[in-house]
Design a protein around this ligand. Structure first.
Ligand code: NAD
Length: 417
């Protein structure tokens, strides 16, 4: 078996997991070549006129990894570290995620290399509209559907939908995660965090314990992290630490998440919350908690800190938060890692419900969305767990194996390979 290297790029890391599983499921060489590459990649130039009249030249990306199971699907992130390799890795993860969740989509991802916190709202709107204009020739309601990711949100999706609609006519299904007033789905905002909590509940129940006996730390307090913390606390976990880009806070007696949300709204960060002590983001990861949820950036658990992770369960709210070297170390140390392609699949699952509602021009009630999400997430978890038990492999390799087999079957049936 090949040894992972710590200096692998994000796409090399995802390909490493894919190759390990391709060996395990006996994938033939031709199928392996098709599934390990990407279908289409574009880089677009985005000249952005700033409010002061100057023009800044930005670059954006859209990568379509594999469309055997349905239209390409994936978020768009605005971040200084976004580049073609990262977007490619995230697009591949979307192919495997949609397959594990068994929603009829392929995998894609997009991004703009930019620090959006340095832009005004009107600059963000101009940038978003221009990006959508540049990629509009390769996306479509039945071709490639966008969604929010880091530093993008329902407002971003509304601008994208409007920009696309100017060319193609009213097309709410071109984006998911849009405002409910424009055809967004009830429950989409909370869906990724809700899914993280649902699969974590399944995993701890399999270990014979329950949320009310467990502590949790969450890195990142944006869409995924804040909903995870809020819903986990409601299910009985004692959420003792959370963080954002401004720093981490810790209270061993448990944080009052609703109160903390008010503090965040008023101050712009969880840092400085009165009823807590300050920590660094690195210290949060190494706290003595039962469940750790990285829900911010990629590659935060690496060779250099994996041995100091004390949590029994790591639920990957973020995409690719654990490097392949660190993944082996965690598994060797007996940590149960619930992989990104399973743990954070709740978002794309409710995106599928949103797309379905847009096509049907019919809205579901929130209870129905949450109930259907629960069915999908629990089924996905149980299939992964059972596969892993039957073949003595960890949850990541089981999830990848199920996904690769599903995508390979679709590719063969279409006659791709
Ligand atoms: P977001 O922009 O809403 O929130 C990101 C959070 O991370 C913020 O609290 C931010 O302050 C924090 N953060 C940024 N840099 C940090 C740093 N250096 N250290 C600590 N915290 C930092 O983004 P999001 O949508 O919640 O996405 C978070 C992760 O979840 C990403 O990896 C994303 O790909 C993944 N994800 C998101 C969704 C979704 O539906 N939004 C679905 C699946 C996976």
């Amino acid at each position: 078996m090949a040894e992972p290297r710590e200096d692998m790029s994000a796409f090399e890391s995802v390909t490493f997991f894919f190759n390990e599983v391709a060996d395990q499921v006996g994938l033939d060489d031709q199928t392996r070549e098709v599934l390990s590459g990407t279908y289409r990649e574009i880089r677009v130039q985005i000249p952005l006129r700033r409010d002061n009249g100057s023009v800044e030249t930005l670059y954006g990306y859209r990568v379509q990894h594999n469309g055997a199971r349905g239209p390409y699907k994936g978020g768009v992130r605005y971040h200084p570290s976004a580049d073609l390799d990262e977007v490619r890795a995230l697009a591949a993860l979307m192919t495997w995620k949609t397959a594990v969740a068994d929603v009829p989509f392929g995998g894609a991802k997009g991004g703009i290399k930019v620090d959006p916190t340095a832009l005004s709202l009107t600059e963000q709107e101009r940038m978003t509209r221009r990006f959508m204009g540049q990629v509009s020739y390769i996306v479509g309601v039945n071709r490639d559907i966008m969604a929010p990711d880091m530093n993008t949100n329902a407002q971003t999706m509304a601008w994208m939908m409007d920009a696309y609609g100017q060319r193609a006519g009213h097309s709410p299904g071109i984006v998911t995660g849009k405002p409910v007033e424009l055809g967004g789905s009830l429950g989409r905002d909370a869906a990724t965090g809700r899914g993280v909590v649902m699969v974590t509940n399944e995993a701890v129940s399999d270990a014979g314990t329950s949320p009310d006996r467990l502590t949790m730390a969450v890195q990142g307090f944006g869409n995924v992290g804040s909903w995870t913390a809020r819903l986990a606390a409601a299910d009985g976990y004692r959420v003792v630490a959370v963080s954002d880009v401004g720093g981490a806070i810790h209270n061993p007696r448990g944080l009052n998440i609703n109160d903390l949300m008010d503090h965040l709204r008023d101050s712009g960060s969880v840092a400085g919350y009165p009823d807590s002590e300050a920590l660094t983001n690195e210290e949060l990861l190494e706290l003595d908690v039962d469940v750790l949820v990285p829900a911010a950036l990629g590659e935060v658990i690496t060779k250099s800190n994996a041995d100091r992770i004390k949590a029994q369960w790591v639920a990957e709210g973020a995409n690719h938060p654990v490097t392949p070297v660190a993944d082996r170390m965690l598994v060797d140390n007996g940590v149960v890692v619930i992989p990104d392609i399973l743990a954070n699949a709740g978002g794309v699952t409710v995106s599928y419900f949103e797309w379905t509602q847009n096509i049907q021009q019919f809205s579901w009630e929130e209870d129905r969305v949450n109930a259907e999400l629960g069915k999908h997430m629990r089924t996905a978890y149980q299939q992964v767990r059972d596969y892993g038990r039957a073949r003595s492999c960890d949850l990541r390799h089981a999830a990848f194996a199920i996904a690769v087999e599903r995508v390979a079957t679709a590719a063969h049936l279409r006659g791709y390979v």
